[in-house]
Design a protein around this ligand. Structure first.
Ligand code: ADP
Length: 586
């Protein structure tokens, strides 16, 4: 059995392991799918948001660039500017005038150059580092303005070394001839500071993919894609970015909207700036998105765990209920079995009683016919003996005397039988148990004396009242006493004890002797009719059968048991008459 179950359990263990592995695999796949779906959802919404933010930053940049775009043109119309270009003595006045304009417009610098690119007047004339005397002919914005158009240019200041956006306009005399150039420098420091403060990542690239502005200062003047040597030379000549090395930024485009920046994944959008050939890049680190997607997976895992716990709880609850129900079924079944057993027992007892009653009834019929048949010959015999005795002298050993003894013996036998022949008397009356004991003792006193038996009576008068037939009940006591007398026949100091007590509301009558005892026989066996250990003629084995029958008529019970120190005790248990009934009777 052991060898058969071992591979079976191994097999089921393997199956369970396989099921667990499959469950883990499926859960992992599910979590991966959830992660991917959550990530792409978050990415889409983040891209949406990025587009909005990029548009916002683009607008602020455009408005910063456009705000003062027309100032050089307007100031260029001022006669003081034309005068300053033609009359060197009026330059001080022009300087002050430019300073005034720049201060009011909140511009970094406003300055006028002659056609050689030499600065003849500037708003920052009073500052230690100023533009006066500087030549900016190399700047594209100067060249464009000189040619009669508006020049725009982003560059690091050649004098101040500070970056700025330059707007230049030609200055014309009254004849409309270009006699100089007026330029404006706008610094974008405040804008960049605002970007930094926002904590977002923004960068602006020009056509050469050089970062001109960025929320992160370290990105400034780095490139997003390599620049050719030729172009690099051009930029150097324009001195657009001063001495900056223009190193490439650790930037790699992974897709349309994905970038690796310094090894970290970012998503981003780019929008063109309207007034300049620039592009604004707005980028977001995906670490936050990954964290959010992981959080969703975590929530999903918690939900799965909760569901699993709920399922386990539900299953254990169902099991517990099933167990409870089966336990109750079992209890019910056990109860039913017990009830059935009790019914069967009661049935068997009833059957036994029935058999006994039918046996007793048959015995009654037999006894009636025997006593009837023997009655007449016996009384005839007694008459003949009486006539014989009257005629002859009385001799103790005469035939008449011996026959008379035999007739008495036969009458004794028929007396026992008559009990069965007599129909049960229904009249019932209360009688005193102690009185019945006294009467019974009186009937056997002769035998007791003859055999020298010590009789102890513990039956104080008045005794308890019993409802029934006193005379019939005395017969029970006489029977028990007679049996006790026979039992103590061989005893050295024959002794019989007789009395009544009360126990748990019942009246108990007992007859105890120190005779040979019951030898393990039960009362049921002893009270079987015709069961006797006495020699023929001395007893018919009907005494206890009759006694049990009479006790039953009185709603009582008969018990017998061996005494611890030899002999037997017969006990009769009877229900007493309730007190009020007794009072009514007396
Ligand atoms: P009988 O007295 O005619 O034998 P009973 O029915 O009165 O018939 O008694 C049946 C048997 O029970 C007796 O033969 C005897 O073996 C046993 N018995 C009755 N009373 C006692 C007793 N007090 N001590 C021992 N045995 C007894």
């Amino acid at each position: 059995m052991f060898t058969a179950s071992a591979p079976k359990s191994l097999h089921s263990q393997r199956r369970r392991l396989a099921a667990a592995l499959i469950a883990v695999f499926l859960l992992s796949v599910a979590f991966l799918v959830i992660y991917a779906a959550a990530f792409s959802t978050f990415k889409a919404s983040e891209l949406d948001r990025a587009q909005g933010r990029a548009d916002f930053y683009r607008t602020t940049l455009e408005s910063a660039l456009d705000r003062l775009e027309h100032l050089p043109f307007i100031v260029g119309q001022d006669p003081a500017v034309v005068r300053g270009l033609t009359d060197p003595t009026s330059r001080d006045a022009l300087n002050r005038r430019l300073e005034d304009f720049a201060t009011r417009a909140n511009a970094e610098a406003l300055y006028v150059m002659n056609l050689d690119g030499l600065t003849i007047a500037a708003s920052n004339h009073a500052q230690a580092v100023n533009f006066i005397g500087e030549n900016y002919s190399f700047r594209p914005y100067f060249q464009t303005a000189k040619s009669g158009q508006r020049g725009k240019f982003f560059a690091i200041g050649a004098t101040t070394k500070r970056p700025g956006f330059f707007v230049a306009e030609p200055v014309r005399n009254a004849a409309g001839k270009i006699i100089g150039v007026i330029a404006l420098k706008i610094e974008l420091d405040e804008l960049v500071e605002a970007w930094q403060a926002s904590g977002e990542k923004i960068l602006i690239t020009n056509l050469d993919s050089i970062i001109v502005l960025a929320s992160q200062p370290e990105w400034h003047y780095q490139t997003l894609s390599p620049i050719s040597e030729e172009r690099l030379l051009d930029i150097r000549n324009m001195r657009q970015f001063g001495q900056e090395a223009l190193q490439p930024l650790d930037w790699q485009r992974l897709g349309d909207d994905e970038i690796a920046l310094a090894g970290e994944r970012h998503i981003g959008v780019r929008v063109p700036v309207r007034s300049q050939p620039w592009e604004l890049h707005f980028i977001v680190n995906t670490a936050g998105l990954q964290e959010r997607a992981l959080f969703v997976v975590f929530l999903a895992a918690i939900s799965v765990a909760l569901l699993a716990i709920l399922f386990i709880f539900w299953r254990s609850e169902r099991l517990r209920r099933a167990l409870h129900a089966s336990h109750q079924d079992r209890q019910r079944l056990l109860r039913e079995i017990e009830e059935r057993k009790a019914t069967e027992k009661a049935l068997a007892k009833t059957q036994e009683e029935l058999e006994k009653s039918s046996r007793m009834a048959a015995l009654g019929q037999l006894a009636a016919s025997v006593t009837h048949e023997l009655g007449q010959p016996l009384s005839a015999m007694r008459n003949y003996i009486a006539i014989e005795e009257m005629g002859a002298a009385q001799k103790p050993d005469s035939l008449a005397t011996r026959l008379s003894a035999l007739v008495r013996r036969m009458e004794n036998i028929t007396r026992d039988l008559r009990f069965f022949a007599q129909p049960k008397q229904d009249q019932q009356a209360p009688f005193d148990v102690a009185k019945a004991i006294e009467n019974a003792v009186e009937l056997v006193r002769h035998d007791l004396k003859q055999r020298d038996i010590d009789l102890q009576i513990k039956a104080p008068l008045p005794g308890p009242q019993i409802l029934g037939n006193g005379a019939r009940f005395e017969q029970v006591l006489v029977n028990l006493l007679r049996n006790a007398i026979s039992a103590v026949e061989q005893a050295k100091a024959p002794r019989i004890e007789l009395g009544w007590t009360r126990e748990r509301g019942q009246v108990v009558i007992y007859v105890a002797d120190n005779g040979h005892g019951l030898k393990g026989q039960q009362i049921e066996e002893l009270q079987e009719p015709f069961r006797t250990d006495k020699p023929s003629g001395e007893g018919m084995g009907l005494g206890l059968a009759i006694s049990a029958s009479i006790v039953k008529e009185h709603a009582g019970e008969l018990f017998a048991q061996d005494n611890d120190h030899g002999g037997a005790t017969f006990t009769v248990l009877l229900p007493p008459i309730p007190q009020d009934q007794t009072e009514g009777e007396t």
